[in-house]
Design a protein around this ligand. Sequence first.
Ligand code: AMP
Ligand code: FES
Ligand code: ZN
Ligand code: ZN
Length: 301
Amino acid sequence: MKCTVCRGPAVIDVRRHNANFCAEHFAKHCREQVGRAIHQFDMVHPGERVLVAVSGGKDSLALWDILLDLGYHADGFYIGLGIGEYSDESGSYARAFAERRGATLVEADLPGDFGFDVPTGSLAARRAPCSACGLSKRHLFDRAAIDGGYDVVATGHNLDDEAAVLFGNVLRWSTDYLGRQHPVLPEGHGFPRKVKPLVRLGEREMAAYCVIRGIDYIVEECPMAAGNRHLGYKEVLNEVEAQSPGTKNAFYFGFLERASHLFTPEAEAEQLELRPCERCGAPTPNDVCAFCMLVERAARR
Ligand code: AMP
Ligand code: FES
Ligand code: ZN
Ligand code: ZN
């Protein structure tokens, strides 16, 4: 197997692109794909400050690495979620990366700052752990960006993640979610801009990128996510992709090009109903936002 670019020995094949790469050209391919996504969707403008949400996993650390290499002013943001050893370990990977690259890591801690962890929050709110966790993360991303004066929050969602979420939303025709499933959510109504610069890269490519670049990351999946729907959708899509490479890409980018605009009016109408939460000021359709409700329920437990 030879590198498509230099004809030297290749270390990875990317069937979707019908290409093989040596280590050097693979890292370049990843940087180019991120650069293209940023330009294609107008994600970050020159001089803006980016807050990269890092979980300690491969995707978000690779994203941070690439943004720094592309010359963006990118600080990391790590949230301790209180999921036992998994959280302790993921935090140490995020800190080690920051130290190695001489980059700034901002931190928040759910138990330390708000008095509850994800397992407790999930029981208190009678929500699935990933739902309580996702709600808390989104709230803390927005808050950290606004408090820190960042222009944009970047997350490590990759093509596999987005295709799986899209698949789930289409299976249930969750038109409100479909209206918000875009790699860029503009700032406004009290929210910072949110972007997903890895949408042109898959999970396997991000793992390979970390190995090639010597980035240590937490390999274990979150223990609370085991067996959830989302992982099932990923498996199904992987089977389809194995039979016809490029399907995931066509599914997701076809949606963005041809269908996503059909659902945005509904999502935009919902945004108009938002007002500041009485307790924390975050945008919410109710008096008190879902995160403050979660904090209150968890405290009662
Ligand atoms: P997940 O919801 O676990 O699939 O993660 C999606 C994205 O959210 C990751 O790529 C990160 O950008 C971000 N993220 C997940 N967990 C954390 C965390 N503990 N702290 C900061 N960002 C996170
Ligand atoms: Fe949130 Fe696992 S990381 S439930
Ligand atoms: Zn090469
Ligand atoms: Zn609130």
